[in-house]
Design a binder for this molecule. Sequence first.
Ligand SMILES: [Fe+2]
Length: 297
Amino acid sequence: MAVITVDSGRLGAAAELEHCRALEVGNILLFPRTPFELPEADRTFLLTQRQVGAGYHKNIAYRPQSDRVTGFVKRGGGDAERLRRVLRDYSARVVESTAAMFPTYARAWRLDFASFRPQEEAGRELSQRARNDLLHVDAFPTRPSGGDRILRVFTNINPTEPRVWLTGDTFERLAEQFALSSGLLVRARRRTPGQRLRRLARALGVPVSIRSPYDTFMMGFHHFLKENHRYQETARKERHVFPAGATWMAFTDMVSHAVLSGQYALEQTFIIARESLALPPKAPISILERIAGAEMA
Ligand SMILES: [Fe+2]
């Protein structure tokens, strides 16, 4: 795992392939200067925002599909509408900039939520499973990916302070170590009545909301890593400092990560279709299917 500094002006098929491969195997791409426009007035406005019930809402979320914002303190005076406009503009610009660098991903990606993280991460009191300072790989409880991948673009809009991460082994190494020994892989593949119904519905081409074995595993694995004190204490860790004004991106289903400190970050999530990957065998679902010797979708 490495943090690779990237020139956002380098576009074209060769650069795209190089960047896709670097990301898909579990590296972080870093842009020392944010590669899209973020107007000074918008950034200043964001620095004044607070969020509600920090235990319940981890972040302020923006849903591009429905143009809705959740998790912030309403103070009247048109702030709600302005926040929505600022996050809508941010989302549109980061999407445009990422699509220019990754046209192959962009053709089939699903745009997920954007978020604004106004809380100081150091010393935050969150439940064990919600804690950001414990190493984990991402899985979303409410939005199963079905084997597609989670690409996230982060921007540190703090005017002075860096955002500090820890990273550990890639999903590939963690899965080799823990997928079978934790019992999670066997449990995720259990032929429950729900799973039988899901298979039947899929065979008939009927949409069904029952979680795939892959998503069951990934959610369980997220919790397993955060709740495993021995793993947290003994894991190989590297510290990364993302300076004020930097943007970085990673497949957070591959890079195990934790946030140690930092306040005021923007983030946009993209769900990248399995079919559009440069290295399909490096997708977590392919890694698990190799270990299980069976399909996980
Ligand atoms: Fe995460």
